[in-house]
Write a protein of this length. Sequence first.
Length: 198
Amino acid sequence: MDIKPLRLQGCYEIRLTPRRDERGYFMRTFDREIFLRNGLTANWLQENQSMSLRKGTLRGLHFQKLPHAETKLVRALSGAVLDVFADLRSDSPTFGQWEAVELSAEAFNYVYIPKGFAHGFCSLTENAIVHYHVDACYAPEAEGGIRWDDETLKIDWPVKTPVVSAKDQALPRLAEFISPFTLSNCVVISQQEMAHVR
């Protein structure tokens, strides 16, 4: 398991290492101790999965408001997606900046996104299945988001006219958003979790 920090503070790409033989492969997809030793949360409370039938389907940019903010661990189980995350932590030096990682079943990679980020992805193939762990349970009243085509973020999506839900088309612009997120209220790992590190 190779954990590589990305440009935006607190975000990581995690590459898995399958052991192959004539039967196929075996790999560890999660290791609590490795995550905690690297300062990453390991307290996953819910797992979610989505399937995008059509290439060019875009979902996002989503987040949950405090106190239900989520850390996400995202992986493509089938096909490929461009996974995008934007920093909404108001006191972060990279506030309003975004980064992207291509996730695919063939690459065996995850992206780790801490609290205080908006998240979305665009399918690069048909039948793209995305699976993700979150460290907070879904709360409908805490739903939030930013428009995928926000003119401040200027995200370089792989398609110009994606398939987007009506709900996502109605999300606000970043300029209309007053962020409740800060570096301190979006701590990556809790003291309680750190107490379990060997």
